[in-house]
Design a protein around this ligand. Structure first.
Ligand SMILES: *Cc1c(COP(=O)(O)O)cnc(C)c1O
Length: 402
């Protein structure tokens, strides 16, 4: 039997819905990753905004191994200590009074949309079922969440109904769409996959107001922009507008799969026994890790550090761009950054990522024209500097191909 694993193995044994990089990471520490050949990479991708505390953070390793020797899983026929500790801490730190845990961002949004429909049906009747979402949104890949997102639904019909899309940051479009039949408006405070687009404060406030006028619930999808990413524990805190339901995942588990919804006691009451569930949801391993991640990320010095690193990274990018002229704008908040390609490089975000990989730097795209960065919230100065100098080399490389 052949024991060796290579990138070619992927094409032989995996369903081809991804196109992973040519190298295979085997080890990570902080914001550095090594591949099978021992080649080192600086990680500005952060596992798509998941590795908020970098790779193998010693406190997360401790939380996981400690729990691994105690109790892995009991199902929701029983509750467990880690899930209750995590929920209690979440309710102390956020607007929320009640939590539900699941295993991914999509599942969190699926639960949020179901809860919004159920709440509207309980209080106002079954006709109040429409969900208003934004163009260029991303809410996950279950059939319901992918339909609410609006893209990636080709070939999947029939799709769930009662979903409308408005123009992100367009208050007139929002106010025209929301009616008494709307059960929920869902917004990413910063659109991640859609190109790292922050919501305008006026748009967020208008969404709160229009939801209140029509007895609709405001849902914030903070799966990507939450958990310290913006320099606030959750992005809604920057806007000073609390949602009725918020979804969280990605950095919540620091790499251990977990998602959750946070809501008020009144809304939570619409999920009575039997209305929703998840066998693994709130599992002790996931919750023990998430509790430790939440403890660390919610520290004021960690959140202040995100804002400082933002300034450092953006200043470095602006300086690099003075030399290369590859980007025409930088957007995003905290350590969720989008570098928008200038017209000469339009559509080539993937090539920038490939060139960076050749120089030992991991980056992300957010569409064809935006290079996205979501490094660890605690990435060191030295790692930022090393990443920027590798990006410099990558952009030199790219210039030779124009
Ligand atoms: C990643 C993401 C999701 C989906 O999360 P999964 O864990 O991949 O299911 C949902 N919403 C937003 C904003 C995301 O960035």
């Amino acid at each position: 039997m052949n024991d060796s694993i290579s990138r070619a193995t992927y094409d032989q044994v995996m369903i081809p819905n991804y196109v992973p990089a040519d190298f295979i990471p085997v080890r990570g520490l902080g914001s550095r990753v090594w591949d099978q050949e021992g080649r080192e990479y600086i990680d500005f991708a952060g596992g798509i905004a998941v590795n908020g505390l970098g790779h193998c953070h010693p406190e997360l390793v401790d939380a996981l191994t400690e729990q691994a020797g105690k109790l892995w899983h009991v199902s929701n026929v029983f509750t467990n200590e880690p899930v209750l500790r995590l929920a209690r801490r979440m309710t102390e730190l956020t607007f929320a009074e009640r939590c539900f845990f699941c295993n991914s961002g999509a599942e969190a949004n699926e639960a949020a949309f179901k809860l919004a429909r159920k709440f509207a049906s309980d209080h106002f009747g079954p006709e109040k079922n429409e969900i208003v979402a934004c163009h260029n949104a991303f809410h996950g890949r279950t059939l319901f969440t992918v339909t609410v997102g609006g893209k990636y639904t080709e070939g999947l019909a029939p799709l769930p109904g009662g979903i409308q899309h408005i123009v992100f940051n367009d208050i007139a479009s929002l106010e025209a769409a929301v009616t008494d039949r709307t059960c929920a408006v869902v917004i990413e405070p910063i659109q991640g996959e859609g190109g790292v687009m922050p919501a305008d404060p006026a748009f967020i406030q208008a969404a709160r107001d229009v939801c209140d006028r029509h007895d609709a619930l405001l849902i914030f999808d903070e799966v990507q922009c939450g958990m310290g990413r913006t320099g606030e524990l959750y992005a809604y805190m920057y806007y000073g507008v609390a949602p009725d339901i918020m979804t969280t995942a990605k950095a919540l588990g620091g790499g251990f799969p977990i998602g959750g919804i946070l809501t008020t006691e009144r809304v939570a009451a619409s999920f009575g026994p039997g209305t929703h569930g998840s066998t693994y949801g709130g599992n002790p391993l996931a919750c023990a890790v998430a509790l430790r991640a939440l403890d660390i990320i919610s520290r004021p010095e960690v959140l202040a550090g995100v804002r400082q690193r933002h300034d450092r990274l953006v200043a470095g990018l602006v300086a690099l761009n003075g030399k290369h002229g590859v980007f025409k704008a930088f957007r995003g908040r905290g350590l969720l950054l989008g570098a928008v390609l200038s017209d000469a490089y339009a559509g080539r975000a993937r090539e920038v990522v490939k060139a960076a990989e050749r120089q030992g730097l991991m980056l992300l795209v957010a569409g064809a024209d935006v290079v996205r960065m979501a490094p660890a919230l605690i990435i060191s100065e030295e790692e930022i500097a090393a990443g920027l100098s590798r990006l410099d080399a990558a952009l030199d490389d790219l210039a030779t191909t124009l």
